[in-house]
Design a protein around this ligand. Structure first.
Ligand code: SAM
Length: 301
């Protein structure tokens, strides 16, 4: 536990998919004048430097946000990509991308002070929860944002249903512990009983592990049983040819790193499927690296 630090991965292809969808969901919810609640059960540190030691070590943003920004797509992006790039730009007013906002800052940037939207953040990592608190303090957001260094699955229980009766729950664990997959499914099952009209967004890695394959299937079944519409999108950027090959004879093949991830949304905005069907092929054209690349958008319920 706690070996995962999102700073190594900030702005990678998985963040591109997740944060693009997150923006679409929060924008949809805030289009109505009544207040909303956003709960982020696994918040991370909130803000990341793209030029930090963390980011340099893994270089994952090079295959994510930085590649997207440097591509011709940035000049003429489809709407979801445009909203995403615009939001990233607000954190980098001098032009050069140095700061990458994590999910708490992505959501907060879209929330409204005047109608009393609320954001509840959970982060267990001792260092990252401190960084999160420091970053959030700089926002001067007052009561709009609360942070707890608690287990997000447990903490969520006490927040449902939210007084606003409208809102989003983002569940984005690191899946360092195998039982995170099971906890996500149980959390959705339990939460839908308490707050059936809420929007739930789950991120997961597409990796060769039975639990990871099983998770979207379980979430589809749970949504169907609850009679709720769902949307599932995956983005696979494929294997990087240099990363996969051996560096020198006899040296073990380098680990390819995460190549694919998915988001599963219960009660998604009705416009999201078409928007993703337009955005993901365009994103893949930029981020795709070869063998295995692809994207899927499917919906049901
Ligand atoms: N949501 C963030 C974003 O998009 O910017 C990234 C979150 S990262 C994938 C997962 C985070 O969950 C890590 O910072 C980890 O320390 C934290 N974490 C792990 N288990 C947790 C738990 N049970 N409750 C709350 N946070 C947890």
């Amino acid at each position: 536990m706690f070996s995962y630090r999102h700073g190594f991965h900030a702005g990678n292809h998985a963040d591109v998919l997740k944060h693009m969808v997150l923006i679409a969901v929060v924008k949809h919810l805030t289009a109505k004048p009544t207040p909303i609640s956003v709960v982020d059960t696994h918040a991370g540190a909130g803000l990341y430097r793209l030029d930090s030691e963390f980011a340099d070590t893994s270089g994952e943003a090079q295959d994510g946000i930085l590649k997207l920004l440097a591509s011709p797509l940035a000049a003429e992006p489809p709407p979801l990509v445009a909203d995403y790039l615009e939001l990233i730009a607000t954190f980098n007013p001098k032009g050069k991308p140095r700061i990458y906002p994590g999910s708490p800052f992505v959501s907060q940037a879209l929330l409204r002070q005047d109608v009393k939207d609320r954001l509840s953040l959970f982060e267990l990592h001792p260092t990252d929860s401190k960084s999160l608190a420091t970053h959030v303090e700089q926002l001067n957001a007052g009561r709009q944002v609360t942070i707890k260094r608690e287990d997000g699955f447990e903490g969520l229980r006490g927040l449902l249903p939210p007084v606003q009766r409208r809102g989003l729950v983002l569940i984005d664990p690191s899946y360092e512990i195998k039982n995170d997959y099971g906890r996500v499914a149980l959390c959705i099952q339990d939460s839908l009983k308490k707050f059936a009209t809420g929007t739930y967004m789950v991120w997961y890695p597409v990796i060769p592990r039975p639990e990871a394959h099983e998770l979207p299937r379980r979430l589809k079944t749970l949504s169907n049983q609850a009679g709720k519409p769902w949307l599932h999108a995956t983005l696979n950027i494929g294997q990087s040819p240099e990363r996969a090959k051996s560096l020198t004879p006899g040296e073990p093949t380098r680990r390819p790193g995460l190549t694919a991830s998915g988001v599963f949304i219960v009660n998604p905005p009705h416009t999201l499927k078409a928007a993703l069907q337009q955005a993901l092929p365009a994103v893949l054209e930029v981020l795709g690296r070869g063998r295995g690349q692809g994207q899927v958008v499917e919906a049901g319920g």
